[in-house]
Design a protein around this ligand. Structure first.
Ligand SMILES: [Zn+2]
Length: 244
């Protein structure tokens, strides 16, 4: 009986979600509330097509004291950055992802992101239960290793961003076949590195996660590891690689 009582109390635990979108005042959601982060809500109008419109946009809802993001889009993944474990999660179309961090940021299209603060007694750093985002263990391991490398050696991250800058989504049309910069072109964009170092970093990444230069760009895109906000991290201090 004691266990049963605990279960009942657990199901009624308090859970509040605060949603911060741009300069709008924060929105508080209580148990039973639902909020769709559709184009008009996020951008204030209908013109910016980088955010999905009503019916296809991210939907926030709760179940048994947990908050979830449901990606209702039929064609594009969403990216969630979990500030508790500093990991990036890709929420594939048609799947729901449980919010396990006290604070996360959800990229809903183009440069638009939404801050999600969970005030809950239920938070536990588990993942990958039923209905949550699933990634292959292989991809998860590769992603974690690459992010760890970037954290440990920030210059490798910078060089990778410079090299794959054409792959960074900008909320508008991307070149249909983006190409990575050559090592020489990287040095012409970013003065802080030599051609030899750029090639060495690429070899380090290949050794770590097994992807060569041609395969890394599409993989970064597929994993949602490139954000529109990464553009501001591009040094562009020596630019001659191409006129933009
Ligand atoms: Zn540049």
């Amino acid at each position: 009986m004691a266990l049963k009582l605990e279960d009942d109390l657990g199901a009624r635990s308090m859970s509040l979600l605060t949603v911060q979108c741009g300069l709008l005042p924060p929105t508080d959601l209580n148990a039973g509330d639902r909020l769709e982060l559709h184009r008009r809500f996020v951008t204030g109008g209908d013109a910016d097509t980088s955010v999905s419109r009503h019916g296809n946009a991210a939907l926030l809802f709760d179940r048994d004291g947990d908050w979830f993001v449901h990606n209702q889009s039929s064609n594009k993944p969403l990216t969630l950055v979990n500030f508790d474990d500093n990991r990036t999660y890709v929420i594939q179309r048609g799947t729901a992802h449980k919010l396990t961090a006290s604070y996360s940021e959800l990229y809903v299209g183009g440069p638009h992101k939404v801050g999600l603060t969970v005030h809950s007694t239920n938070l536990q750093p588990n993942s990958h239960g039923p209905g949550e985002t699933t990634q292959s263990p292989l991809d998860q391991g590769m992603e974690a290793q690459l992010l760890e490398l970037f954290q440990r050696r920030p210059q490798v991250r910078t060089v990778t961003l410079v090299r794959y800058q054409d792959f960074i989504p900008d909320g508008h049309d991307r070149p249909s076949r983006p190409k990575h910069l050559t090592a020489m072109e990287v040095t012409l964009c970013y003065s802080g590195v030599t051609v030899g170092a750029v090639n060495q970093y690429q070899r380090d990444i290949r050794e770590l996660i097994g992807l060569n230069a041609d395969d890394l760009g599409p993989w970064l895109v597929e994993r949602g590891l490139l954000h529109p906000t990464d553009r501001i991290r591009l040094p562009h201090d020596n630019c001659g690689h191409r006129p933009k």
